[in-house]
Design a protein around this ligand. Structure first.
Ligand code: ZN
Ligand code: ZN
Ligand code: ZN
Ligand code: ZN
Length: 348
């Protein structure tokens, strides 16, 4: 192709002026894609001039990566920014991006340790998406009260102390003083006589006594009233009138008290049994204000079995402790031996 010339002529003087014309532009057809771009390799396109057949080539821009779905990377804590990535399905190039914070999403609560009454248990739940574990203490179990236990025994006129602890942890939950009442401290009061276990061997030694009386003559007998088989707390007045008998008693100390009276008059020939001795029936009336005589068959003897339930203060000097070595009491002891021998003959 040659460059062209152009000329112009002056209209007045006919002077001609020439200028070289520029080579004219190719007349290209549309681009044709020779090879398509991928995300790693540039494609090419080409166009050809319709006049001179000249071909022009050009690289195409790289294709955009074609990413798969975003994948969240594990993070230690959902509530702070994390990382996510996605990968090009063609070239495996990976793009990372921020992963927005989110609230934890928890699994169900699990009990890690049960509460006791002393130590709170723990429950925990794990986040489905991170390592976060939420822990919560559980309420303490209530104590379970066991029954009342005696710490200090009550005694006559002196309350004791009881406490109640938890069955599971022994924590003391409650204290109280207690007093079962005077009657709970009652002991036996008996008339001075031989021990009944001397007469009725089946009765183990309970400190009970019975007195054998001669009923052939009218008279009044005063016998000691013995408490707990050890203290003289009063006296028993026995009157014999024409084969009838009455008994009354007095206590030396105003603080002594009798709750229950029992009296039996056992005539010779009666078979002494454990049942008679241990009986809790009141039996015959003990004289109070008015003398009350109980009629007997005139058999010469009677065994008076008088057993009260009562209380007395052993610190009270009015209640003398019996010292069997003492002369005064030794005299009784000798007589008791004789009574026992006779009674064993008469009551069998
Ligand atoms: Zn051309
Ligand atoms: Zn790619
Ligand atoms: Zn989480
Ligand atoms: Zn407890």
């Amino acid at each position: 192709m040659q460059a062209g010339i152009q000329q112009r002529v002056c209209a007045s003087c006919s002077l001609a002026e020439t200028a070289e014309l520029p080579i004219s532009d190719h007349a290209f057809a549309d681009w044709n894609t020779v090879s398509a771009s991928t995300c790693t390799m540039q494609g090419q396109r080409e166009r050809v001039c319709g006049i001179c057949g000249a071909a022009q080539q050009e690289n195409l821009p790289l294709a955009r990566h074609q990413y798969g779905l975003w994948e969240n990377e594990d993070r230690a804590d959902c509530t702070v920014y994390g990382t996510r990535h996605r990968t090009c399905v063609h070239c495996d190039i990976m793009e990372t991006g921020p992963l927005a914070p989110r609230y934890h999403a928890y699994d169900k609560w699990e009990i890690r340790s049960e509460s006791t009454c002393l130590q709170a248990g723990v429950r925990a739940r794990n986040c489905k998406y991170c390592q976060h574990v939420e822990e919560e203490t559980l309420p303490l179990k209530a104590h379970v009260a066991a029954s009342w236990q005696v710490i200090t025994q009550a005694a006559l006129h002196r309350p004791g102390e009881q406490s109640r602890s938890c069955k599971n942890c022994d924590t003391v939950l409650d204290m109280r003083s207690y007093y079962p009442g005077d009657e709970a401290f009652a002991v036996s009061f008996c008339v001075m006589g031989p021990p009944v276990d001397d007469l009725v061997p089946e009765v183990s030694d309970k400190g009970y006594r019975a007195a054998l009386l001669d009923t052939t003559q009218d008279r009044t007998i005063i016998l000691p009233l013995i408490a707990a088989d050890a203290y003289c707390v009063g006296e028993v007045h026995i009157k014999i009138r024409q084969g009838s008998i009455s008994a009354s008693y007095l206590l030396y100390s105003a603080k002594s008290q009798v709750f229950k009276e029992r009296m039996q008059l056992l005539e010779p020939g009666t078979q002494l049994t454990q049942e008679i001795i241990l009986s809790n029936r009141q039996g015959l009336k003990v004289s109070g204000e008015q003398e009350l005589f109980h009629k007997l068959q005139n058999l010469g003897h009677v065994l008076i079995y008088l057993r009260f339930d009562g209380i007395f203060d052993f610190n009270d000097p009015l209640n003398e402790k019996i010292d069997w070595q003492d002369e005064k009491w030794q005299a009784y002891a000798a007589d008791l031996q004789a009574q026992a021998d006779t009674a064993r003959e008469l009551y069998r």
